[in-house]
Design a protein around this ligand. Structure first.
Ligand code: GDP
Length: 446
């Protein structure tokens, strides 16, 4: 899985990480090569373009962290973006919702994609890893051989299958499966629907009917990863008509490119839950974006190096600030940093919302008309001061105040408010500093 892409990218990044300084052009060239590598891995053009754009925006906006090279930092950004692309915001990629027994799982997909094999693999996994009692039922009334295949697999892995009754419709089989799962005390029942060679209306209508009877907890699309972009289109189609909750890509053991895996989330918004890596019943792996990104880039050492360096810098930075505060120093630069920190953490409302008992206060602030853009305006005001003024805001004269406010596109009263806030905070810091070395601040840091 991903060998070709991995080879290509390590070529690009080997060059980049060895360079001491990077120009904008160096980064641009490298990212162009990343884009080509993605396209060769059969990632669709818009996805590749979005990916590179996101990396570029982050790379240009970031200052270089001490003790790592700029190239190493770019690798880290690419890594994080890759994880984001593969995962979206979902945390539980490999997990299936199988609470409230019996939980129905609907398996859908085209014929030959590996649906029946994967149904059995998943059943085995639920049984062995989660201790679930699973019942499997084949709804493929057109191919008796497919029903027989599921029964044989069930015997092989020690999972029950719904007895085959000739002449029943998929809807009838579904009702019977539901009944047997309920009466028999099963935790999960899996419905292996019939596939077609291509997406057609009859197939979709049939799956819809089954879905409405079973109201599945999970609807998993099984699709052949080797088909690349077609796999992504198939997922879009099934999702549009049936509504899927996740994807399993099969035959990833034979796929050196991995384009389907890379584009799936970005295009369909649906997570890849597992990948099939062979014909054996154990050849099913959870899809962990972190691990996959690590595997693709093959640069885990660099990623953790940069993470450590960033943590160290943050800790050093906090300590420096603390020392300043203890001496009672708090100028506009400090205030700007605090404001930026607040912005980064999602503003007052979310910070207060995280503290016990503060939820109400946070909503009151909101109701009183406080709006987060205040931070932005205050930062703009500070930015339009000179270096000297930021360090010594008490020096500001009326004429400069006017210029500064104008520079930020704001009015003087707002600047006065900001100056007052800074003075109050500096006073507070001084008082706290006087409380001695064992004072509040020191304790707060520990
Ligand atoms: P269905 O028509 O979608 O139910 O497909 P099947 O489950 O019958 O699978 C078709 C073929 O693909 C079988 O020979 C499987 O053994 C094979 N297969 C399924 N998953 C994988 C996989 O992850 N890797 C490989 N190499 N073969 C697979």
């Amino acid at each position: 899985m991903f060998e070709n892409l991995s080879d290509r990218l390590s070529g690009v990044f080997d060059k980049l990480t060895k360079q001491g300084a990077l120009s904008e052009d160096d980064v641009k060239t490298a990212l162009r090569e990343v884009r080509v590598a993605l396209l060769e891995a059969d990632v669709s053009l818009p996805v590749a373009r979005d990916f590179v754009k996101a990396v570029e925006a982050k790379a240009t906006g970031q200052s270089v962290t001490k003790s790592v090279t700029p190239g190493q930092q770019v690798v880290k950004i690419v890594h994080d973006e890759l994880v984001h692309f593969l995962a979206g915001d979902e945390a539980d990629i490999g997990a299936l919702k199988v609470d409230n027994p019996p939980a129905p799982i609907l398996m859908v997909g085209l014929q030959g994609g590996g649906k029946t094999t994967t149904t059995a693999k998943l059943a085995k996994r639920l049984k062995e890893k989660q201790g679930k009692r699973v019942l499997m039922a084949s709804l493929d009334v057109y191919r008796p051989a497919a029903m027989e295949q599921l029964r044989v697999l069930g015997e092989q892995i020690g999972v029950d299958t719904l007895p085959i009754v000739a002449g029943e419709s998929p809807a009838q089989i579904t009702k019977r499966a539901k009944q047997m799962a309920t009466m028999g005390g099963y935790d999960v029942y899996m419905l292996d629907t019939a596939g077609r060679l291509s997406i057609d209306d009859t197939l979709m209508a049939e799956v819809e009917a089954v879905r409405d009877i079973a109201t599945p907890r999970e609807t998993i699309l099984v699709v052949d990863g080797l088909t690349g972009q077609d796999a992504v289109h198939t997922a879009e189609n099934f999702d549009g008509r049936i509504g899927i909750t996740g994807v399993i890509l099969t035959r990833m053991d034979g796929d050196g490119r991995g384009g389907a895996a890379l584009s799936m989330r970005a295009v369909t918004g649906k997570p890849i839950k597992f990948v099939g890596l062979g014909e054996k019943m154990d050849a099913l792996e959870e899809f962990h974006p972190e691990r996959i990104a690590g595997r693709i880039l093959g640069m885990g050492d660099i990623v953790s190096l940069v993470e450590k360096a960033q943590e160290t810098i943050e800790a050093e930075h906090a300590e420096r600030m603390m020392k300043r505060f203890q001496k009672g120093r708090f100028n506009m630069n400090d205030l700007k940093m605090q404001l930026e920190q607040m912005q980064k953490m999602g503003g007052m409302e979310s910070i207060m919302g995280m503290m016990p008992g503060m939820k109400k206060a946070a909503s009151q602030i909101k109701e009183s008309g406080f709006d987060e853009s205040v931070f932005k305006r205050q930062i703009a005001l500070i930015q339009s001061m000179t270096k000297l003024e930021r360090a010594n805001p008490q020096l500001l004269q009326a004429s400069r105040k006017k210029r500064i406010a104008k520079g930020a596109g704001l009015e003087v009263p707002e600047l006065n408010q900001l100056l007052k806030m800074q003075r109050q905070m500096a006073d507070m810091m001084k008082k706290m500093g006087k409380m001695g070395k064992g004072g509040m601040l020191k304790q707060a840091v520990k």
